[in-house]
Design a binder for this molecule. Structure first.
Ligand SMILES: [Zn+2]
Ligand SMILES: [Zn+2]
Length: 418
């Protein structure tokens, strides 16, 4: 899966709107508060900060709260303004109103809380920890309702309210689907498709599609609603996938990786599954034996060759019969991959048109949040900076001039293709 050429950025969005020099330490999670025009950040420096935008166009820390330990994760519900924060010491703190910080806490895990998820409809706080436990607590009383032991650390957690299914992505590379009841749960199934850790999950309840991102650089789209077991691979990152968000209004998947890459995928495109790799003892094109096929090598007095696979047809081929490379966007390959000679001929220029756009966030992303009502995309970097971008070109004509003015005056304008 060698990635040789990265396609060039296709569009002017996302545009950088604002930068927040957020913290003494890395911001592990930050979210946009849509109505208040603000940002909440939680950090390794033990702080929860609320940043509200001032008339100058800059975000200023308006509320600041210091916790007992590093804050590793957070879940914010904009409707109820409820804030749930998971900490390094295993505690989860819940505040009914993020401005008041009248918080109640519970000890949910032995060791760091890795993901916290507030489910309004159930009044549940779901969380996973370094102790490999998935727990759910009553968000009102803080009482633990149930527990499930995962096989590895969890870094992706999503919940479908309608069917009460929890999707749990772990460091062994698998996604576990659990059906949660008030105080018990049952294992529904597991998905295995990644060769690295599952690092991010995103659930689109409308189309009933689950996206998983991995340290193997790939994203898999699991079509659960389609009931055909379709799993489409999306290859567009050169590093560990760090975040996944689905933008329902524009039908786009937004993914980011730790090298700072942001990819915006057009999900209106119908993509195909990649083929199974076929087994053969000789090249399925020129019939030359592969190197372990001693009998044919001896009989035909030929040298054994290395086996490769065409990414389009899945045939086992030798290097000579698969010397060319091509992108295959309709199979999720936005980077050039190995194809056999006949497949290379069959791929037209039109087929090669990218189905995603590529952007550089210019920082190593640790967390990403997308706010659907405004189209704003937030990234938090290892550089301790939080950046807010506008992803929707339709709203740009309104929002850009005054933001740009504000940033030019501070000398922080990054350019339009960022
Ligand atoms: Zn061959
Ligand atoms: Zn082929």
């Amino acid at each position: 899966m060698a990635a040789e050429i990265q396609p060039k950025p296709q569009t002017r969005t996302p545009v950088l709107l604002n930068k927040i020099e957020a913290s003494q330490d890395v911001v592990n999670t930050a979210v946009i508060i849509p109505k208040e025009d603000g940002v909440i950040s939680v950090s390794d420096d033990r702080t929860i900060r609320i940043w509200l935008k001032r008339d100058s166009g800059q975000y200023w820390p308006s509320i600041y709260h210091t916790m007992s330990a590093s804050c590793s994760c957070m879940s914010f519900n904009p409707e109820t303004r409820r804030l749930s924060v998971g900490m390094e010491n295993g505690t989860i703190s819940v505040s009914d109103n993020f401005c008041s910080f009248n918080m109640h806490s519970c000890m949910a895990h032995q060791g760091k809380v890795t993901v916290v998820l507030f489910v309004l409809e159930m009044e549940w706080v779901l969380s996973t920890g370094q102790d490999k436990n998935l727990t759910w607590h009553c968000s009102e009383s803080g009482t633990q309702l149930g527990l499930y032991r995962t096989i590895a650390w969890v870094s992706g957690l999503q919940f479908d309210v309608e069917t009460r299914h929890a999707f749990v992505g772990d460091h062994s590379g698998q996604v576990t689907i659990l059906k949660l009841e008030q105080d018990s749960c049952s294992l529904v199934t597991t998905f295995k498709g990644h060769t690295g850790n599952v690092t991010a999950l995103c659930w689109d309840p409308a189309q009933r599609v689950l996206f998983s991102g991995s340290s193997d650089h790939s994203i898999i789209m699991w079509d659960i609603g389609g009931r055909k077991g379709t799993a489409i691979e999306l290859q567009g990152h050169n590093d560990k996938v760090q975040g996944l968000c689905y933008a329902p209004h524009t039908r786009q998947l937004i993914s980011c990786s730790s090298d700072g890459g942001i990819v915006i995928w057009n999900m209106d495109v119908t993509r195909q599954e990649t083929p199974e790799w076929l087994d053969s003892d000789s090249c399925q094109k020129c019939e030359q034996p592969f190197f372990w096929n001693f009998k044919q090598m001896w009989d035909s007095k030929k040298i054994g060759l290395r086996q490769h696979h065409c990414r389009k047809c899945g045939q086992a081929v030798c290097g000579k019969c698969s010397a060319k490379r091509s992108t295959i966007p309709l199979m999720g390959f936005e980077f050039e991959v190995r194809v056999c000679d006949s497949c290379h001929e069959s791929i037209t220029e039109e087929d090669r048109a990218p189905t995603a756009t590529f952007h550089d966030s210019k920082h190593s992303i640790v967390y990403m949040h997308y706010e659907p009502t405004t189209g704003w995309l937030l990234t938090s970097g290892a550089d301790k900076v939080v950046k807010v971008r506008q992803t929707r070109p339709d709203t740009l004509s309104k929002s850009v001039p005054d933001y740009r003015g504000a940033m030019r005056s501070r000398g922080e304008f990054e350019g339009t293709t960022v």
